[in-house]
Design a protein around this ligand. Structure first.
Ligand code: SAM
Length: 291
């Protein structure tokens, strides 16, 4: 079975009466080297479990099944399930869950399917919900070993940007709270059927086993990061003002300068330790009853 062959993809789809569903971000891999490379380089070992999101007709799934102890895949599109059952029939360590990954109770899924196992997330993500999926995984509290996923190249550049770089933004900082992001390789649009308009890249988020920073209030840090990038052309103080209506500019300026930043610093200069320090400084200026 060669699921990267265009004629085979078309034959499977025809046999099961399938159509590419754009609304679900369905661009299936047809470059043989790519699913192999993703599966090989995802950082798992043979004894590990894999959580795949959006298996499609099973192209990456089969490569994962050939290498790892257990694969659990979550697919939203019910029409794909019979095709998936066919393409994965020769493996017995596969579990298919028909669900929207954004609504799945991840800790419960982990407890049910991967008790006692190291788990890597490995997927060619539906691009229309890349950020919600990544934030859902990171905020779930599940201890994934790492998250290796294919995403739009432009988003990959944003996630890998460093403070001060043009691509650095709220999503970069939000993900960086949980781990280190690296770009593994890029994939051209022609590697998919149908071809998307943009190139893609495979990234890895190596999750920090222990947080690299301490902060008194994690939810407040989320607000600080959101506020810092709310108005990119403005200074950090002015941008924060749109999020923290309960604080006047003097107090925000005091909080910013008490961390050793100049009053006109911009949010994109701050890395995670700086956002943590700023969060604690802002917390000290907010009356507890405002929360
Ligand atoms: N893994 C296949 C491949 O590489 O050829 C397909 C990848 S395709 C880019 C994205 C897959 O995610 C599709 O199968 C799509 O139906 C599925 N998907 C889209 N939204 C989803 C969601 N909310 N939850 C689970 N799967 C979803």
């Amino acid at each position: 079975m060669k699921l990267t062959s265009v004629s085979e993809v078309r034959a499977i789809m025809e046999r099961h009466g399938l159509h590419f569903n754009k609304g679900y971000g369905q661009n299936f891999l047809i470059n043989e080297a790519v699913p192999k490379r993703i599966a090989e380089t995802c950082g798992a070992s043979a004894e590990d479990g894999i959580l795949e999101i959006g298996p499609g007709i099973g192209t990456l799934t089969r490569e994962l099944l050939a290498r790892y102890r257990k694969v659990v895949a979550v697919e939203i599109d019910a029409t794909l399930l019979p095709a998936l059952r066919e393409t994965t029939a020769d493996f017995d360590q596969f579990t298919l869950i028909h669900a929207d990954i954004l609504k799945v109770d991840l800790p419960a899924l982990m407890a049910e399917h991967f008790a006692g196992m190291k788990v890597t997330v490995c997927a060619n993500l539906p691009y229309y919900i890349t950020t919600p999926i990544l934030m859902g995984l990171l905020e779930s509290g599940c201890s994934f070993d790492n998250i290796t996923v294919m995403i739009q190249k432009e988003v990959a550049l944003r996630l890998c940007a460093k403070p001060g770089e043009a691509d650095y933004g709220a999503v970069t900082a939000s993900v960086a709270r949980y781990g280190r992001v690296s770009r593994l390789f890029t994939v051209s649009a022609g590697s998919f059927l149908p071809a998307p308009k943009v190139d893609s890249a495979v990234i890895r988020i190596a999750l920090d086993p222990v947080r690299r920073y301490t902060v008194t209030d994690e939810a407040l840090m989320t607000r600080v990061i959101r506020g810092a990038f709310a108005q990119r052309r403005k200074t950090l103080v002015n941008s924060l003002a749109s999020e923290f209506g309960e604080l006047n500019k003097e107090r925000l300026t005091e909080a910013v300068t008490s961390c050793g930043f100049s009053a006109d610093v911009r949010g994109e200069k701050l890395g995670i330790p700086e956002f943590a320090a700023l969060t604690d400084a802002i917390a000290a200026h907010i009356s507890p009853k405002l929360f």
